[in-house]
Design a protein around this ligand. Sequence first.
Ligand SMILES: [Zn+2]
Length: 661
Amino acid sequence: MATVDRLLKNAFVICLDEAFRLFPRGALALRGNEIVAVGDEAEIVGAYQAAETVDCGGRALLPGLVNAHTHVPMTLLRGIADDRRLDVWLLGYVMPVEREFVSPDLVRLGTLIACAEMIRGGVTCFADMYYFEESVAAATAEAGMRALCAQTVLKFPSPDAASYEDSLASARDFIGRWRGHSLIVPSVAPHAPYTCTPDILRSCTDLAIEFDVPIHTHLSETSQEVDQWRELHGMPVVPWVKKVGLLEAKVLAAHCVHVDEGEIRTLSHARTGVAHNPSSNLKLASGFAPVRAMLEAGLNVGLGTDGPSSNNDLDMFEEMRLASFIAKGVSKDPTVLPAKTVLAMATRLGARAMHMGELTGSLEPGKRADMILIDLEGLHNRPHFDRDPEGIYSRIVYAAKSTDVTDVMVDGRWLMRDRTLLTIDIDPLLIEADAFARRVDTFLVTREESLLSKLVAIEGATQEESYEVQLKVRLVDPTAVERALDSSVEILRRAHYHEFDTYFTFPDPSQGRLRHREDEFVEDDDSVSQVRYRLTLTGPAAEREYEHSVLLSRSRFIAPATHSLRFYREYFKPEGEIAVAKDRRRWLIRFQDVEFFVNLDRLTSPTVAGAFLEVKSRTWSRGDAEEKARLMVDLLRELGAESAKPVTADYVDLGSETARE
Ligand SMILES: [Zn+2]
């Protein structure tokens, strides 16, 4: 009789191996951290003598669940700004808070909380991607869980790296130090094609191949991403990453929501693992991944929760149910993604998607002892029908809850016994987490008080506090002025634009107002050759009127507008919005040795009859400004427009007046 360290008996053993073996009265033999045998109880008990025997009380014994895609430290950001679009949530809230607060200590705190939540819910192994990944790895190992820990690499500065070269170098160090660890597989995570460059993807691939570790990334999460790729590169995302070389590595790709048949074949040939994240895809309205087609193509499709701030929990039972229900609902076929398949996705297929299938994901000899016990006798899971042992799959997927998990073992070590966590003391961690949330609240409240700090948080902005002298008159017919401009003054430069301005107004006028401007540069043949988007935050103006001209002093902060108008609307939440469109001819002229900008504007929306002549100059001294104001009146005379009616209102006021009429 062979000897082993431990025998687990009196369990309904669900192997989740290729043969989907079930042992309704089963047992399992362990030596150290390894499974030695699994089978009928009578057979196992007869064959092995153990130092310790554990009676499982008739509970279900199955491989631990595998969370194939997450960002565990983000437990600390759950609920930070929900019910927004992905870009507003990520760029407007998550990333600014991460830039301000993320540190190795914070990552450790968030990771331990996540590990506690996952252990309680029967997860034994997960795939992570975050900053300071070494802290994730250390905390995970301390909690006793198994994980693929991938150090994020981005094309822009991140909380843990000033440049992508830095993050790549720290990924290399991290992988070198942790490779061969019994619980942690270190890895590198080029975040996504749209946050990386071909060079970054290539360098990450080379690094992963050199150390023979997987790559963890996001692929084809949203239709916008795919549309953008078609537009920029003439192909969808998967063929592009293949061309760049990424698929030469062992890749774990999260999402793959918008992939077509050809792309699925490409992923399958490359043995790319896929992490399907049903909650996250639903919450962020990303779409429905073609899970059935991916499975039929032989892809290893695992299940993931994604980060706990886009979910907002780490509950794999919920992911299993949703994966099944969505696939059924979308295909209108209730036989699609049965419970048995979904449980395999949450275990063996997930481990294989992470390229860790040799280690974990099923109960079979040679694999690590990563397993859980589930109590299926709760009120919500009674009664049960025993004529077909396979009914156990539907009991686990459709009725059991994460709170039904009673015991968790990873690598032969109990992490939870009878619902008591053995490796993590959760109370002090939650006190720290609450204190952190108060600091973030204060940070965001302060930021939300000022339009400028909100602008800086997403775009950076450059300030100019300046005096602006401007003169604006309304012309019934601008042709005389146009002729005079061509003949009477020295023209240095001329340009023609279509300008589309959207002004955001706010309840407190001292906040100023924000203008989003789309400038189309119009060529001589009327074609549009260039489009520029800018945001300008204008402080309230102090005005002083002269004959025909106005001296304004105000602060202006200008930033390139890199997001859509829709993004800014959702992010700044203005009280009012006024749109003004105009056709602008602009001259830079020299008059009496002073340079002025002259604009001739026709409002196209709202339509206002005639045209507006605007003369402008910016200056940094008040004396200079008053001198220029006098010169402008002379210029007006020179252009033959001295009798035109002065206008002091801004276009935005004209816009709102017309809108009211
Ligand atoms: Zn993710």
